[in-house]
Design a protein around this ligand. Structure first.
Ligand SMILES: NC(=O)c1ccc[n+]([C@@H]2O[C@H](COP(=O)([O-])OP(=O)(O)OC[C@H]3O[C@@H](n4cnc5c(N)ncnc54)[C@H](O)[C@@H]3O)[C@@H](O)[C@H]2O)c1
Length: 318
């Protein structure tokens, strides 16, 4: 029997590419995409799609029952920058959606859950370099608090009720298909678009702010590899550290400039600088590498080449 999958928040930056990949693997009819809106029409029209509010337990439950869903990927969330503007909405969405899915698994309605955490679980008291898997987590953003608490609940549901929940602490994810949804690392996507469209970019972080990042293809591969790994190999049921590359705005600028010599950047840090300053600059992901053989493929220059190639095509420039 092929796995029947529901993706909640499928129209987002990661959800949209995850949906495409899972449909390639499991068959389009076996992967139900859902979101609160239909903003990604190509995804809505390319296979089964349902409008589902992640805060509505019965809507998720009915969908799982109607489609015999065994695995749910919960990708809906309010991200770090938006969460600081709407703290109670971030708490409400990020926590209640997770409880709904965990409770469905606890009740035997579904077998497996994927829920992403983030480097936002860390805070200013966390060791900034090579941040270990097990370390101080005192997040200072509402988003980070929801992810940290969510991790604790995931581990609790695994230990107490045997729920097969799996999770990754994503770094900033960079992609050229969907735009990012209000995070602190969004600059590393916007910079490529503006380089192609205008030849200049005003960065909302300072030039020397180093943050952990990852190209989307690596993030999707990691997600699927973790979900396919034998459960007995997994030693972490809160959330795995995951790492690929770390760079500063100046370094990504130089990587682009090597291919587009006229590209220019200016820096105008805003409220997101304080969020970035509270996060690690690099992550130790040796546990993920050991438990399920995680390996990344894209370094900064390989990612830049792929981003510029795809966006030149998108904006019809040569
Ligand atoms: N993108 C990153 O760099 C990054 C980094 C770390 C962690 N994450 C985590 O990965 C997950 C996906 O992130 P993303 O970047 O794709 O986010 P996104 O903001 O691009 O997408 C989120 C999607 O959820 C949908 N949504 C919002 N409210 C909803 C609701 N009530 N019901 C159903 N759907 C709703 C939105 O319409 C959107 O399509 C989130 O949990 C996020 O915290 C992302």
């Amino acid at each position: 029997m092929p796995s029947k999958i529901l993706i909640i928040g499928a129209c987002g930056q990661i959800g949209s590419e995850l949906t495409t990949k899972l449909r390639e693997i499991h068959g389009t009819e076996n992967v139900i995409a859902s979101d609160i809106n239909t903003r990604k029409l190509d995804l809505v029209n390319s296979g089964p799609f349902e409008i589902i509010d992640a805060k509505n337990f019965n809507a998720i439950k009915d969908c799982c029952k109607n489609h015999n869903i065994d695995t749910v990927y919960l990708m809906a969330a309010l991200l770090s920058a938006t969460g600081e503007k709407y703290p109670m909405e971030a708490w409400d969405l990020n926590m209640n959606s997770l409880f709904h899915v965990l409770n469905l698994a606890k009740g035997g309605n579904i077998k497996r859950v994927y829920w992403p955490s983030s480097i936002a679980v860390f805070g200013p008291t966390t060791p900034r370099e090579d941040t270990p898997q097990h370390t101080i987590c005192e997040p200072t953003t509402v988003y980070g608090i929801t992810k940290q608490v969510g991790e604790r609940w995931c581990e609790y549901y695994y230990k107490k009720y045997g729920v097969d929940v799996r999770s990754i602490r994503y770094p900033g994810i960079i992609s050229h298909k969907a735009m990012p949804g209000g995070g602190t690392t969004d600059y590393a996507v916007e910079i490529y678009h503006e380089a192609i469209k205008k030849g200049t970019y005003e960065c909302f972080l300072s030039e020397d702010t180093s943050l952990p990042m990852m190209f989307m293809d690596d993030a999707i591969k990691a997600t699927i590899d973790l979900m396919e790994a034998p459960g007995e190999n997994l030693t972490i049921r809160s959330s795995y550290n995951l790492s690929a590359i770390s760079f500063t705005p100046k370094e990504i600028y130089e990587s682009i400039k090597a291919q587009m010599p006229d590209f220019e950047i200016t820096y105008k840090p805003d409220f997101r600088q304080a969020i970035a300053d509270s996060w690690p600059s690099s992550i130790d992901d040796s546990v993920a590498r050991q438990d399920w053989n995680w390996q990344h493929s894209f370094d900064l220059d390989a990612m830049t080449a792929e981003m510029l190639r795809a966006l030149k095509k998108k904006y019809h420039t040569s």
